[in-house]
Design a protein around this ligand. Structure first.
Ligand code: PLP
Length: 398
């Protein structure tokens, strides 16, 4: 008889996106003439930029030749991409090539990182949150050790330092779902906390490319001391539209140390390298070539233009909602807009009202955790036309 991992039984069922899909399908069935605008999804919509497509074509042709064929590549990623990452993202931050591990995206990295941590760690996770951090900790037997850090309107959606001692802290900035960013000073408080408590920060910077304001770190390593206490996750998904191509990377400086039960220090970089070489056979060569092209002159320009368009959508949505009298957060350094439901409505009540009356679909904030109640997440990943039309409908209604 094969036993299951009973930690899976401790997971809460996620009905969020299936419930949204069901409600939308029912509404559309009742009102086939209504054009629904979906501002709920967190996926990009713009096609891959020409510089990346060109690199992909070239790489495909290359592996079709005897000289250019590639079999298994280095598990940690090809040197050409790791070099490009160091050169373009970390040149002044002291991060070295063997501190970068290329992957097939940040979801896997954020999820797999639990492998190199013991089960007795106290783990701080914000509420609301990208659900992967919570569920992967539960799957690996750490449910009882999770401490939630409320992310509240009164604190401008910046978590307070943990009240009790924790060993691991998940942070994501710019944040999904709130769309809010953290100042360097606020982030420094977490770095100092981690140093004082020998904790490690797991920093998800998947939306870094959307930062527009100064005084916000594009990498946690801009904060003094972070190289000793932080692991950083980055992704080409939202930066360069790679949600389907799949490529990201994790940065683990060799100075980040964990401890055995007996108090002996170990490099987390070595543990992750061991895990990677054991469980992963590398990201596809052609995809790494595509990622490298994001750093070409043309690639940079083209990717920037796409992000600018998404941010313009965010501005249209944010400004329009504010003009209509709503309280709105995010949307400045992020493709996400965190909209407060009016008249003390719950997230789902507001979701239903927007669907029924304006035929607009958002994502109920409660789906990201109890502290998301009373909010709705809208995204700027749609088209400009739809963003304008959505705001027009809302203004007519409120
Ligand atoms: N981290 C956050 C906060 C996200 O919102 C997402 C995707 O939505 C990811 C990571 C996953 O990114 P990837 O596509 O690289 O797996």
């Amino acid at each position: 008889m094969a036993n299951i991992n009973e930690n899976f039984l401790k997971l809460e069922e996620s009905y969020l996106f299936s419930t949204i899909a069901k409600k939308v399908a029912e509404f559309q069935k009742k009102h086939p003439d209504k054009k629904i605008i979906k501002l709920g999804i967190g996926d990009v919509t713009k096609p891959i930029v020409p510089a990346v497509i060109e690199a992909l074509h070239k790489a495909v042709d290359e592996i079709g030749t005897i000289e250019g064929f590639k079999g298994y590549g280095p598990e940690q990623g090809y040197e050409f991409l790791r070099k490009a990452i160091v050169e373009n993202e970390y040149k002044t931050l002291g991060i070295e090539l063997d501190e970068i591990f290329v992957s097939d995206g940040a979801k896997c990295d954020c999820g797999n990182i639990v492998d190199i941590f013991g089960n007795n760690n106290k783990v701080a996770i914000t509420n609301p949150v990208y659900p992967v951090y919570v569920d992967t900790n539960i799957m690996s037997g750490k449910k009882e050790n999770i401490v939630y850090l409320p992310v509240l309107e009164k604190n401008n959606f910046i978590p307070e330092l943990p009240k009790e001692r924790v060993d691991i802290i998940y942070l994501c900035f710019p944040n999904n779902p709130t769309g809010m960013a953290i100042s360097k000073e606020e982030l420094k408080k977490f770095v100092d906390y981690a140093k004082d408590n020998k904790s490690i920060i797991l920093y998800d910077a998947a939306y870094e490319a959307f930062i527009t304001e100064g005084n916000i770190a594009h990498s946690i390593y801009e904060i003094e001391g972070a190289r000793d206490v932080a692991i950083e996750f980055k992704s080409y998904s939202k930066t360069a539209g790679f949600t389907g191509l799949r490529c990201g990377y994790v940065v683990i400086p060799k100075s980040v140390k964990g401890y055995s039960q007996g108090g002996k220090k170990f490099e987390m970089n070595k543990l992750w390298n061991r895990r990677t070489t054991t469980k992963f056979n590398g990201t596809a060569y052609i995809i790494q070539k595509a990622a490298e092209a994001v750093y070409s002159e043309k690639g940079k320009e083209q990717v920037k233009a796409n992000i600018k368009d998404y941010l313009e959508n965010a501005k249209i949505i944010k400004d329009g909602l504010e003009e209509a009298g709503f309280i709105v957060y995010g949307g400045i350094n992020s493709p996400y807009i965190w909209l407060k439901a009016p008249n003390n409505m719950s997230s789902w009540e507001f979701f239903d009202e927007l669907l029924e009356k304006a035929n607009i679909v958002g994502t109920p904030g409660i789906g990201f955790g109890s502290c998301g109640e009373g909010f709705l997440r809208l995204t700027a990943f749609g088209t400009k036309e739809n963003s304008i039309e959505a705001i027009k409908r809302i203004k007519e209604l409120y």
